[in-house]
Design a protein. Structure first.
Length: 324
């Protein structure tokens, strides 16, 4: 491409206000839109050679209605919002941004695990509420504080994020179990074992999900799997909301069949007021922020800028739909 392309970002708000778009702006005529409603999509994308999207859906109808479109860059690792086949039929590469989030997501996982085991916010709130100053003893606790050392941490999926989470769990002195669909080499630390999914749920004190969502594993964490967990165990999900049967999880928490859960993702986002997990006991829910450290968002934009540059040089990279 000899001329600088028209580049349209459909949902720039997802990147926040504290990161720089300069690496992308320097490569073309950049147009930023914080949010794009379906009715606004074709008007805003008209004439664009490159579209950047995070959650804005680009379906077959939209892709076919944009004759100038030559490349789609995803502001994420996941790309389920794009009709890959429709893009491939037009010869349009779809490029994602892998590998930007493992440090941020792994940190978030351990943060919520520590909260579940240590109850830092609960005890800090008790101090502010006057609980400590109003009693004669030098310390007070409302919930048992439990050590991670010696416990078992189960990781479902062992890609870059699952691997990093497992390393941190090991650093806390935990035994690590992992379940993967295909054999992998053992990591250079222990105790560690690859096990079946049932065994992982049965033996783990913490189960953390780090697998992609597929048609085969939707609602994978159902009433049967949850029934295998220890009543003292916790479920953590920072992967994809639909991996978990939310009604079954809410029922298990309400019945005391597991100790608690920490979720950064849910089936419908933003979360709906009627979601049963909002009223379930011992359920921490954060608003899909595990990936969103400033450093991770900066890495993401650098990868997208590199993807754009590679496309403009005629050698697209991180292509997920086979067009190159």
């Amino acid at each position: 491409m000899t001329e600088k392309p028209r580049i349209v970002v459909l949902d720039a708000f997802t990147m926040g206000q504290d990161v720089s778009w300069e690496g992308i702006a320097s490569q073309g005529e950049l147009h930023l839109y914080d949010r794009t409603q379906p009715a606004q999509l074709l008007e805003r994308a008209k004439g664009a050679q490159v579209l950047l999207t995070n959650k804005t859906v680009l379906d077959r109808a939209a892709i076919e209605a944009l004759p100038d479109l030559q490349c789609i860059c995803v502001l994420a690792t996941g790309y389920n919002v794009i009709d890959l086949a429709a893009a491939a039929a037009r010869g349009i590469p779809v490029c994602n941004a892998p590998g930007y989030s493992p440090p941020a997501v792994a940190q978030h996982v351990m943060a919520v695990v520590l909260e579940l085991f240590t109850h830092v916010s609960l005890h800090a709130r008790a101090v502010r509420d006057g609980r400590w100053s109003s009693q004669p003893d030098f310390c007070v606790w409302d919930e048992p504080i439990v050590e991670l050392a010696g416990k078992t941490f189960g990781v479902v999926g062992f890609g870059a994020i699952g691997n990093r989470v497992a390393e941190l769990a090991n650093a806390f002195g935990m035994r690590v179990l992992a379940h993967v669909p295909r054999p992998k080499e053992l990591p250079p630390y222990g105790p560690f074992d690859f096990v079946s999914l049932d065994a992982l749920f049965e033996e783990s004190d913490v189960v953390s999900l780090h697998c992609p969502l597929t048609a085969e594993n939707e609602n994978m964490v159902d009433a049967r799997l949850l029934s295998l967990m220890k009543p003292t165990a916790y479920l953590v999900n920072t992967a994809r909301g639909p991996l978990v049967d939310e009604a079954a999880l809410a029922a298990a928490l309400t019945a005391g069949k597991l100790a608690g859960a920490a979720l950064d993702v849910v089936r419908q986002e933003p979360i709906r007021p009627e979601n049963p997990l909002l009223s379930a006991p011992n359920c921490l829910i954060t608003p899909h922020v595990a990936w969103a450290s400033r450093e991770a968002r900066g890495r993401l934009l650098r990868i997208v800028a590199q993807n754009l540059g590679a496309f403009l040089r005629g050698v697209p990279q991180n292509v997920v739909n086979g067009v190159g």
